[in-house]
Ligand binder design. Structure first.
Ligand SMILES: Cc1cc2nc3c(=O)[nH]c(=O)nc-3n(C[C@H](O)[C@H](O)[C@H](O)COP(=O)(O)OP(=O)(O)OC[C@H]3O[C@@H](n4cnc5c(N)ncnc54)[C@H](O)[C@@H]3O)c2cc1C
Ligand SMILES: NC(=O)c1ccc[n+]([C@@H]2O[C@H](COP(=O)([O-])OP(=O)(O)OC[C@H]3O[C@@H](n4cnc5c(N)ncnc54)[C@H](O)[C@@H]3O)[C@@H](O)[C@H]2O)c1
Length: 509
């Protein structure tokens, strides 16, 4: 095995984002090496999106059946078969085996280098062989990139500085999505997307769940969304405690129960209540994985978020070269923590690299037909080389019950940006589409409208399968479609999309 290898592009991190950046660049004939320390497919495939959604699906399917006359009586009293669900989760994650993903890399001509990658200066990456002896080093120790290096190393969970917490060896989302048994009881710290999704899944799987949140639930979304999820979690039997902070944690034996003492989140007063459970999950957010990545070798601060421009080029390097060579996308870039938005950034970074260094005329190249970005000038917003949607139009779905789907700005965020906005809120349950879905369908949707430009800048849908309603809103926000034109986008009868007509009627069109 050669010690040093020259390639056109090196991608560090083989999650969904690194894979996409590598693929886009490789399609223009560039040679690409992908460095991966664990499993190709990343957090999303093995410990995040896919296993979590598998754990959530059976409870959602049961609830959907229970809401439909003719089925409700049949499923009453039924519970989820935990063993079957965990076995399905194991199939979804391919038993934590990445050989399928590795085959794909081979098929598209991307070279996999297993090991921990670190920058060692400009366009230079050193790879430390993996600890796991079953996963042997499959490539060179040093990679010299002729053109570009892409950082796609994802993020790591945050462990708050609470006395006794680290010593209690709590679960992170990895253990929660990868568990091989359901604990009798679970206390969750954190009321964000992981906290609410896992509270739903574990309640469905039969655990007694307590959820501790500093504020309300899903604070990144409109407040009414978190309130709907809170109500449903309580209905499921989850003990939801809002406005509280963990003050200390005790666990006497490694496999023994764990007690979380908590008090009011506002102020520093001590603990006034506690909860004891068989297991503890900490879900208090994630930070970009920039520690132990060698970023100090190019003048950046390890452990701190990276700053990228809209072409996903990292800014603030010690030595500025005429053409940017270092890019970052996905969780590590810190702009968004979702797979779809990270992959969007990867398409941008991959296409920028391909346009700057690859052969755009090559068959299968994605980049012909648009002017390549000029590194000396600001990139043109909304071109294929610019991740313009990140700030203005990023969608997200929390697969809670009810689902919460949102895109763009909340009303509060829009006002904070100085926009003059008006929100219109509609009940989904009143629509004909709801009546034929389930007689007791409950749901709410809201548009945030920029009253000067008369365009939609944000949208939220809360209800069963609300995620499927989101994309029309994403198109309206990205396209900045004027309300006058939206009026001509006629929703089919009887679908839930008729809420768009109700929005326009309520706004006063
Ligand atoms: C429980 C949970 C559920 C989620 N559900 C969803 C969902 O339903 N939908 C959604 O859109 N998003 C979801 N997310 C977010 C989603 O998982 C992330 O946004 C996504 O994984 C980011 O992709 P990435 O490629 O940037 O990082 P990752 O998926 O984390 O991949 C990074 C890869 O880089 C590797 N790596 C790191 N450092 C190095 C190094 N120095 N050298 C070599 N390799 C390295 C890692 O081993 C990993 O394979 C969820 C997150 C969690 C925690
Ligand atoms: N369906 C999806 O798209 C999906 C699912 C799961 C996770 N994710 C992504 O993964 C990332 C991580 O999820 P997450 O839920 O851990 O983060 P989050 O940012 O969504 O929520 C973290 C929560 O923890 C709270 N918190 C922070 N510090 C705390 C402390 N010291 N004590 C108590 N509470 C504290 C915050 O107030 C917040 O409510 C998110 O950015 C999310 O977008 C996405």
């Amino acid at each position: 095995m050669e010690a040093t290898s020259d390639v056109d592009v090196v991608v560090i991190g083989g999650g969904p984002v690194g894979e996409n950046a590598a693929d886009r660049a490789a399609r223009t004939g560039l040679s690409v090496a992908l460095v991966e320390a664990e499993l190709v497919g990343g957090e999303c495939s093995y410990w995040a999106c896919l296993p979590s959604k598998t754990l959530l699906r059976p409870g959602a399917a049961l609830a959907a059946a229970a809401a439909v006359p003719g089925l409700a009586d049949q499923v009453e009293g039924m519970s989820v078969d935990t063993g079957a669900v965990l076995a399905w989760r194991d199939r979804t994650t391919h038993g934590w085996d990445d050989s399928g993903q590795v085959e794909w890399l081979d098929s598209v001509g991307i070279t996999l280098v297993r090991g921990h990658g670190r920058l060692a200066g400009e366009r230079l990456v050193e790879v430390e062989p993996p600890d796991d002896p079953s996963r042997e080093q499959s490539g060179p120790r040093t990679l010299r990139a002729r053109h570009a290096v892409v950082l796609a190393t994802g993020s790591v969970p945050v462990l708050p500085d609470v006395p006794g917490l680290a010593a209690a060896d709590p679960w992170s989302s990895r253990e929660a999505t990868g568990a091989d048994a359901v604990p009798e009881s679970l206390v969750i710290v954190g009321g964000g997307v992981v906290g609410t999704e896992m509270a739903t899944a574990y309640a469905d799987l039969g655990a007694r769940v307590t959820l501790l949140a500093r504020g309300g639930l899903l604070s990144g979304a409109e407040p009414f969304a978190g309130q709907a999820v809170e109500a449903e979690l309580r209905r499921l039997g989850v003990d939801v405690r809002l406005g509280v902070a963990a003050r200390s944690v005790e666990r006497r034996a490694a496999d023994g129960p764990v007690t979380v003492h908590h008090g009011a989140a506002a102020g520093d007063a001590g603990a006034d209540a506690s909860v004891t459970a068989a297991q503890l999950l900490v879900a208090t957010g994630r930070v970009p994985r920039t520690a132990d990545l060698g970023v100090e070798s190019v003048g950046l601060d390890p452990g701190r978020p990276l700053t990228v421009d809209d072409t996903m080029a990292v800014v603030g390097l010690r030595d500025r070269s005429a053409t940017p060579w270092l890019y970052a996308c996905g969780d590590v870039a810190g702009r968004s923590h979702t797979t779809h938005q990270g992959k969007y950034q990867a398409r941008v970074a991959g296409d920028v690299i391909a346009a700057r260094f690859g052969d755009p005329a090559r068959e299968g190249a994605p980049t012909h037909g648009d002017a390549p970005p000029d590194p000396a000038r600001d990139p043109r917003p909304w071109s294929r080389y610019t991740a313009s949607a990140d700030g203005a139009a990023a969608p997200q779905v929390a697969f809670t019950r009810p689902q919460v789907a949102w895109v763009g700005l909340t009303e509060k965020a829009a006002r904070k940006q100085g926009l003059s906005v008006r929100s219109v809120r509609q009940s989904l349950g009143d629509l004909a589409g709801a009546t034929v879905t389930a007689p007791e369908y409950h749901g709410t949707a809201q548009l945030v409208i920029d009253t000067h430009r008369r365009v939609v800048v944000g949208a939220t849908f809360v209800g069963p399968e609300a995620g499927e309603l989101l994309h029309a809103a994403t198109i309206a926000v990205v396209g900045q479609v004027p309300l006058d034109r939206l009026w001509h986008a006629v929703p089919a009868y009887p679908t839930l999309s008729e809420v768009w007509l109700r929005f326009l009627e309520a706004y006063g069109w």
